[in-house]
Design a binder for this molecule. Structure first.
Ligand code: SF4
Ligand code: MSK
Length: 673
């Protein structure tokens, strides 16, 4: 059987499961998809070759005189680079326009998510819906001053607490205005250290409002407008900060409405699905509907219905960042990350997959056709053309009603399952739900309420530095391999890792979000901290928009003292080892502009424009103190991050402390002797 399949794999040009993924559940389901004759992304990655010129970043199709393709000659460029498109656009202009458009795409996705959340918050604050309420008034009070909303009011010469509902209404107005206001700049950059804010102000990259910066990228990249790669990247910076503004608002208001995450126990991987339960999977990014689905699927009414149809209950799980949202706040397990979405249906046990926006494969519809799975789109901006897809348009005014309808549909579909259900027996437990507030509690102490203890441990060298390892999977790379290799190498070298997105799910699937993993994988300093504090060495901080939490934590470190005046001063670095989406580029750009060294895995579309590529490295560093770098080899990638961390330790004069901690066993024995 195995030989037969191997032969079929070679002849039919199907994906080799071992080459495709390091994850056992994924490998098993790829084999299963081949047995059933179902094609997945892993197979398409074998048969569809990438366009080399597109990969190099120098294909322009911004007008109908093109596409103009400017590959880099194999021998390289000697002398003047004379390559140009019909309009005369140089390789630098084309690569910069493409790159900036990717930033705009990512910023649009993140910030539109933020807008949707702000709109629901407005409805909740103004009591125009019964389904959404303010769940976390403490967070509301904490964020209000950042939006210029007073939490106290003067009554009879005394300052008294303002009514919470009144604060919420004012906050909703201010937040929504961020997308279209005029005459000022967005509020999020003001949360950064003063020197960083002033630098952005001096460079002219403070976003005027969120929508405007995205629109301006589209204008400037139209034929015949901005033809200076440095000027294009300046707008790319402003647009990326607009992305951060929208993302940060999303995180803030989601926390206020749905609760600020704190550590909880859950599980991850396809093995979380249960054969004898109704399996519902939520997938996408926005938690607005999925919050309601969590409540509906936990209701007594739906449980009884599930029992009535012969199931033992309802198992809700998630894929991609909708998964991370409901994981962080409710402990709903992750069924998988980006590349596993089709495989969740291949189990034959998925009674309904409910999708919202972003990272949803259209091929889900074709896979669902082979099973009983109901594939339900819910967002007016994200429908599918295939006829087997059901569209239930979600509306915040009847959110719970929509959620109950969807869960009922899933439960009633349980009886339609085929005989051949195969759920891979692989899952890992995880501790997730780390927010800026909960890290403060764990590492800073309740009373002190600062990040000083974390800083102290960085200064004394037990923790060498902090790395954010975030982002997607990419079918052009072995699924999960780069993420896990980079993370393991970092924690082995005492670098604590913060994660979001599919990277967080990857780490969970490999058991790296368990506190016990510290003893197995970490260097002695980090292992000691994790053991004392009781945290895993990799802290999962949420979804793609929650990269705002990571930057917020980095700001807290600076504010706590001893780490310089700005984000570029202390030992912190960013990484996206398996990136694929435009959102990753936008995130990378705002992280670099925040002064943080950032390494991407795989490739970046820059190789066809070496001058522009160099500008993203040294040019950006000169301006912002952070830079883009790319390294496909995950071990080298990790060591680039570590080298940067060590460079910053040296600049801060704390490298000596680190040397003391790096004593090996022989040194310690010598000391003890
Ligand atoms: Fe070609 Fe210029 Fe048109 Fe791009 S904008 S397709 S480089 S003519
Ligand atoms: S879901 S953007 S694949 S992280 Fe946020 Fe995962 Fe990347 Fe989508």
């Amino acid at each position: 059987m195995v030989e037969k399949l191997e032969k079929a794999v070679k002849e039919a040009k199907l994906a080799d499961p071992i080459e495709a993924s390091v994850d056992k559940a994924t490998q098993q389901m790829i084999i299963r998809s081949h047995e059933l004759g179902i094609e997945t992304v892993f197979d398409r990655a074998v048969t569809m070759k990438q366009c080399n010129i597109g990969l190099q970043g120098t294909c322009c199709k911004n007008c109908a005189m093109g596409p103009c393709r400017l590959p880099l000659p194999k021998s390289g460029i000697e002398g003047e680079d004379t390559r140009k498109g019909l309009c005369g656009a140089t390789a630098n202009t084309i690569a910069a326009r493409n790159f900036t458009r990717m930033i705009a795409g990512g910023a649009a996705a993140h910030s539109d998510h933020g807008r949707a959340v702000a709109e629901v918050f407005y409805q909740a604050a103004n009591k125009l819906t019964d389904d959404y309420k303010i769940k976390d008034p403490i967070k509301l009070l904490a964020i209000a001053p950042h939006y210029g909303v007073d939490t106290k009011v003067e009554v009879d010469g005394k300052m008294v607490d303002r009514d919470i509902d009144e604060i919420a209404v004012e906050l909703a107005d201010v937040a929504l205005a961020e997308w279209g206001k005029s005459g000022s700049t967005t509020l999020v950059p003001k949360r950064f250290p003063k020197v960083r804010y002033e630098l952005w102000e001096k460079l002219g990259i403070l976003p005027r409002n969120i929508d405007r910066e995205i629109v301006e990228v589209m204008h400037r990249t139209h034929i015949g407008v901005d033809q200076d790669y440095k000027n294009l990247m300046k707008q790319g910076a402003r647009c990326a900060l607009a992305d951060l503004s929208g993302s940060w608002i999303a995180t803030d208001l989601q926390d206020v409405m749905f609760g600020t995450p704190s550590p909880l126990i859950s599980e991850a991987n396809l093995g979380v699905m249960k054969k004898d339960h109704v399996n519902i999977i939520v997938h996408g990014h926005e938690p607005i509907l999925s919050e309601m689905i969590v409540a509906a699927s936990q209701s007594a009414e739906m449980h009884e219905l599930a029992i009535k149809v012969g199931a033992k209950g309802i198992q809700l799980s998630g894929i991609c960042c909708t998964a991370n949202e409901v994981l962080q706040r409710h402990g709903v397990p992750n069924a998988g990350n980006f590349l596993q979405q089709e495989l969740a249906i291949v189990t034959g046990a998925c009674d309904a997959m409910v999708v919202d926006v972003q990272c949803v494969f259209q091929n889900l519809a074709n896979v669902a056709k082979c099973f009983h799975t109901k594939l339900i789109t819910t967002h007016p901006i994200a429908k599918m053309e295939q006829s087997n897809v059901i569209h239930i348009e979600f509306d915040e005014h009847h959110a719970m009603e929509d959620a109950l309808r969807i869960v009922t549909m899933a439960v009633e579909n349980y009886k339609n399952r085929g005989a051949e259900v195969q759920i891979p027996p692989y899952k890992e437990s995880q501790v997730a739900g780390f927010s800026v507030e909960s890290i403060k509690y764990h590492l800073g102490g309740t009373f002190r309420g600062t990040y000083y203890t974390l800083n102290d441990n960085i200064i004394n060298g037990r923790i060498r530095g902090v790395a954010a390892v975030v982002g997607c999977n990419n079918a052009r790379q072995q699924h999960n391999n780069a993420h896990l290799t980079v993370i393991k190498e970092l924690i082995k070298n005492d670098v604590i890792v913060l994660t979001t997105g599919c990277g967080g799910i990857t780490a969970a699937m490999a058991g790296l979000l368990q506190p016990d993993s510290a003893a197995a994988y970490c260097g002695p300093g980090l292992a000691e901290i994790c053991e004392v504090v009781g945290i895993p060495p990799v802290l999962h901080m949420g979804s793609c928009v929650d990269n705002s939490r990571i930057l917020n934590a980095a700001i807290e470190v600076v504010n706590a003292g001893g780490m310089g005046q700005d984000l570029c001063d202390w030992p912190v670095a960013g990484s996206a080892p398996e990136w694929m989406s435009e959102k990753a580029i936008s995130i990378g750009q705002y992280v670099v502009c925040s002064g943080i060294y950032t390494v991407f895995g795989g490739t970046l579309p820059l190789d066809g424009a070496p001058v522009f590529k160099e500008y993203l490295n040294s040019g950006m560093e000169e301006l912002y103190g952070g830079m883009w770098a790319v390294e496909a080899d995950p071990i080298k990638h990790a060591h680039m991050l570590i080298a940067h961390i060590d460079k910053k330790r040296k600049e801060l004069g704390i490298d000596k402390a680190r040397e003391r901690v790096m004593m090996d066993m022989a040194d310690r024995q010598a000391l003890e002797g």
